[in-house]
Design a binder for this molecule. Structure first.
Ligand code: IFM
Length: 455
């Protein structure tokens, strides 16, 4: 049967439909690509620990070696330059800077690594876009309660200060956190990400502290870097009710409340959504006076990580907010099972622009995973990933044409890498990584992105 959304011809989309200063990048994150986990004084992170737990990672792997980007970054940045990127989003491993999460002295060798990386980007004409926290909390802090402990907030502000003081002469764009929903709820409620906890109240408290630390880091960065541009990257989803019934519509509202509004509302000065707060009951987080004002510290942009829409049904009595995500049949999906919906990205960006009016937005992640098979010449002709990319860029062009203030796009990911609990089974890269040899090979999707960027 023909699947809904399936398209056989690709839309025409050209770079010159976008502004000249539009940022075109790729994203990666430290634990997913760097490897070198015990090099140059790096401390352990919660992901090192989590990967040791039997059954935690689908293929029993870890980020110990990953793409060995810590040593191979010059080659990787050459690939980024050859693609024609003008921006590159990466993350800073907190345990490289403060091996125990905090301390009087930052680890010089850790700072130097990112300093070399930044210089390497600038030499290649690529703007660095670091993210301060992409889930690799120092294990020592976890042993003191992790994100559920308010002290972690202050430690994060000091980490942000140390990094921005050292890189701020060359780095203007900063992202505080990547996808707080994942660090809070996948890590502390669903237990499928580090630190592997399963308690709703702990997740809500961790979430509050992550958001609070975002607000606390901003003045530190601004103090070190006059004119810095600072934002946060949220994983957001457009949602549909699974039917027109009142129960499903209410479920949609609740699901949106925890998935999207729980982050956007406080960040844009509205506090936590009252309807969801009420449902949290005794699990609601401890929020001290002034916290909400700190979380709402004005930012310069919003990063939107867009992957898929969700269809939501009522599931009374099932979980804290009693909703269930329905797997629609006959829709196009990636090999992860994620629905493919370029138009969903437009709906989402439109909604965020309308309801929250961020001055600028960047799509800080968007990408797809498929089983990449080399052809007889050894090429990876990933037609499906190319189609995904082309259609999402065409949708982005339409969004921009509607006046939605999007000023950049970062494909996830530059390289195949360690996909968290999924291990190495899921490949998101525009560049294929043969893990045993660490050989990099541009995929067809990467060739298309290069063609698009270079014309
Ligand atoms: O690999 C992740 C990334 O670390 C955060 N956003 C989603 C990606 C794909 O799952």
């Amino acid at each position: 049967m023909m699947k809904k959304n399936k398209v056989n011809t690709l839309p025409l989309v050209e770079r010159n439909s976008f502004a000249n200063d539009f940022r075109w990048g790729c994203s990666t994150s430290a634990y997913q690509v760097e490897g070198a986990v015990d090099v140059d004084g790096r401390g352990a992170s919660i992901w090192d620990k989590f990967c040791e737990m039997p059954g935690a990672i689908r293929d029993g792997s870890s980020g110990t070696v990953a793409c060995d980007h810590y040593h191979r970054w010059p080659e990787d940045l050459d690939h980024a330059r050859d693609l024609g990127l003008n921006a590159y989003r990466f993350s800073i491993a907190w345990p490289r800077i403060f091996p125990d999460g905090r301390g009087a002295q930052a680890n010089r060798k850790g700072l130097d690594f990112y300093s070399r990386l930044v210089d390497g980007l600038l030499e290649r004409g690529i703007e660095p876009w670091p993210t301060l926290y992409h889930w690799d909390l120092p294990q020592t802090l976890q042993e003191q309660g992790g994100w559920a402990n308010r002290d972690t907030v202050y430690a994060f502000a000091k980490f942000a200060d140390a990094v921005s003081r050292n890189l701020g002469d060359r780095v203007k764009n900063w992202i505080t956190h990547n996808e707080p929903w994942c660090s809070a709820f996948l890590g502390h409620y669903e237990g499928v990400h580090a630190p592997g906890l399963k308690h709703f109240g702990t997740a809500l408290q961790a979430c509050h502290h992550v958001l609070l630390s975002h607000g606390m880091a901003i003045p530190a960065i601004r103090h070190n870097i006059p004119g810095a541009s600072i934002g946060i990257a949220l994983s957001l989803h457009p949602l549909h009710p699974s039917s027109d019934s009142e129960a499903d519509r209410q479920a949609l509202k609740r699901h949106d409340g925890l998935r999207n509004r729980w982050f956007l509302d406080p960040l844009y000065g509205r506090g936590y959504p009252a309807d969801i707060w009420q449902l949290c009951g005794k699990d609601a987080p401890e929020v001290r006076e002034g916290d909400l004002a700190t979380i709402a510290t004005p930012t310069d942009f919003l990063g939107v990580n867009y992957y898929f829409p969700e269809t939501v049904a009522d599931a009374s009595g099932d979980g804290p907010i009693s909703t269930r995500v329905i797997e629609l049949e006959n829709v196009e999906r990636t090999h992860f099972g994620w629905e493919v919906s370029p138009e969903g990205m437009v709906t989402l960006l439109e909604r965020v622009a309308r309801d929250y009016q961020p001055a600028r937005m960047y799509v800080t992640e968007n990408g797809s995973t498929y089983d990449d098979v080399a052809n007889h010449e050894g090429r990876i002709d990933d037609f499906t990933r190319r189609s995904y990319l082309v259609r999402h860029l065409a949708a982005l062009r339409d969004a921009v044409a509607k006046g939605i203030p999007v000023q950049g796009y970062f494909a996830w990911s530059l390289l195949d890498n360690f996909e968290w609990a999924e291990g190495y089974a899921r490949r998101f890269g525009l560049i294929h990584v043969d893990y045993p040899t660490q050989q990099r090979r541009l995929k067809l999707s990467g060739e298309w992105y290069r063609f698009f960027l270079r014309g």
